[in-house]
Design a binder for this molecule. Structure first.
Ligand SMILES: O=P(O)(O)OC[C@H]1O[C@H](OP(=O)(O)OP(=O)(O)O)[C@H](O)[C@@H]1O
Ligand SMILES: O=c1cc[nH]c(=O)[nH]1
Ligand SMILES: [Mg+2]
Length: 212
């Protein structure tokens, strides 16, 4: 797995406010959206394009446009929804599929409770968005699932990642065929005994949408 830590000062600045416990929900949502736009710039560096002929007012020229099939963006509900708008703003022609997944807070194992994705992902570039990569169970399960359906390559965009989670996803993706890339805003110190990222930002879903 290729890991890109996009530690641009603007990203780290916005992440600092996002982490701050005093940041309220509306501000948290706005910052998450702004952050994903900055991360998406890095994450889409290898998006597939094809030549596109146009005429400027001065001369004909050949540029590029996104190739077909268009990329698929997959937010992992709930917290990934907070990154969807920023992602599709940058990729307006992308399609969107949904995976609903939650961690069992006792066992820390991921459970899938919703799935609305095209059956056949052959040839598709897939961008998975979820703010948090903690133990890695959720992302590993999502990646395996997308690979089984034939995704051509899979790029995961997270705001924060734990070293333990990166190692777990690396291990889990060792045997799958599509290339996997992780683009993250920061790699934090560790996980605590409850599986939360330290220093992290708490529960991203709760901070975006309220405590469940
Ligand atoms: O790497 P892991 O240990 O699997 O943890 C990461 C997952 O935990 C959070 O979701 P959560 O289960 O809290 O669901 P929510 O988005 O509905 O709050 C987060 O958004 C990831 O999906
Ligand atoms: O720190 C963490 C770990 C998992 N999920 C979160 O929302 N935050
Ligand atoms: Mg949560």
């Amino acid at each position: 797995m290729r890991v890109i830590v996009a530690d641009h000062p603007l990203i780290t600045h916005k992440l600092t406010y996002l982490r701050d416990e005093r940041t309220d929900s509306p501000t948290f949502r706005r910052l998450a959206e702004e952050l994903v736009t900055l991360l998406a710039y890095e994450a889409t560096r290898d998006v597939r394009t094809e030549p596109f002929s146009i005429n400027t007012p001065v001369a004909p020229t050949v540029g590029i446009k996104l190739a077909n099939p268009k990329p698929l963006v997959v937010p992992i509900l709930r917290a990934g929804l907070g990154m969807l708008e920023g992602m599709v703003r940058l990729l307006p022609s992308a399609e969107v599929g949904f995976l609903g997944m939650m961690r069992n807070e006792e066992t820390l194992e991921a459970v899938t409770y919703a799935n609305r994705l095209p059956d056949d992902l052959s040839g598709r570039q897939v961008y998975v968005v979820d703010p948090m990569l903690a133990t890695g169970g959720t992302l590993a399960m999502a990646i395996e699932y997308l690979a089984e359906r034939g995704a051509r390559d899979i790029t995961c965009v997270t705001l924060l990642s734990a070293p333990e989670g990166i190692a777990a996803v690396e291990q889990a993706t060792r045997t799958i065929s599509p290339p996997v890339t992780l683009v993250t805003g920061a790699v934090d110190e560790r996980l605590n005994e409850h599986g939360y990222i330290v220093p992290g930002l708490g529960d991203a879903g709760d901070r975006l949408y309220g405590v469940v």
